[in-house]
Design a protein around this ligand. Structure first.
Ligand SMILES: C[S@@+](CC[C@H](N)C(=O)[O-])C[C@H]1O[C@@H](n2cnc3c(N)ncnc32)[C@H](O)[C@@H]1O
Length: 219
């Protein structure tokens, strides 16, 4: 299966880190819940590394789920629903060893992001992990030229660029209802509020792979 998203030159590395982490840590038959699974590319990579996983993908787009079914076969569960109302989606209770999400959180508003993180924290196994890969919001006009250099460098190395903008105002104009990345600071706050230990596993410019794990209950 080809990667349906080509605009992120760092994506192959960041998806591979998710796959390697799951493949290393999973016990036979462990469950992976993929929030915003799209056409199933991450599931495809996971199954290439570990055939024995149980995979459930959630996405609101019917046509993406049809493609995911064709790509992943009958052995997976695919749920057509809206993550904004995740608490009402039946049958996702877990506990999950792994909850993963790739390039999807920027589609949710901030309250929705915090809600999904809190929901995930309550459904993780005590030794489970939440892995979130997405763009981060840029907030500092004075530092924007440096981010442009990061994008230009990626374009030079990979032959294709990521999202870019002529200046900070253009970057902000491009933010909208389906492009609402959050800051690293906000993610750290939402993970902590959900009771998750928080760590950045990989950061390239404004694209992050974040990890959360339930904090051990203290006596
Ligand atoms: C950029 S695509 C990424 C797909 C996949 N995770 C990947 O990396 O190949 C974002 C996906 O999130 C889904 N999505 C966005 N907001 C959603 C929501 N509120 N509920 C369910 N799915 C959502 C979209 O339909 C889309 O398939």
């Amino acid at each position: 299966m080809e990667d349906p998203i080509r605009r992120h030159p760092t994506r192959a590395e960041q998806l591979d880190i998710i796959v390697r982490a799951v493949a290393d840590q999973a016990r036979p038959g462990d469950g992976v819940l993929d929030l915003g699974c799209g056409t199933g590319y991450l599931g495809h990579l996971l199954f290439r590394a570990r055939e024995d996983l149980r995979y459930v993908g959630v996405d609101r787009k019917g046509e993406s789920l049809e493609a995911a079914r064709a790509n992943l076969g009958e052995g997976v569960r695919l749920v057509a629903d809206d993550l904004s109302a995740i608490a009402t989606i039946a049958g996702l209770d877990g506990p999950w060893r792994f909850i993963v999400t790739a390039l999807t959180f920027h589609d949710l508003d901030d309250a929705g992001k915090a809600r999904v993180i809190a929901w995930a924290a309550r459904r993780l196994a005590a030794d489970g992990w939440f892995l979130l890969y997405d763009r981060l919001r840029l907030t500092e006009p004075a530092l924007f030229p440096l981010q442009q250099s990061v994008w230009r460098r990626l374009e030079r190395i990979h032959g294709e660029g990521m999202r870019t903008a002529d200046d900070f105002a253009a970057y902000e104009r491009d933010l909208g209802s389906d492009n609402r990345p959050a800051t690293l600071v906000d993610y750290a706050r939402w993970f902590a509020a959900a009771g998750l230990a928080f760590q950045c596993l990989h950061l390239h410019g404004n694209v992050a792979l974040l990890a959360g794990a339930p904090r051990a209950a203290t006596a």
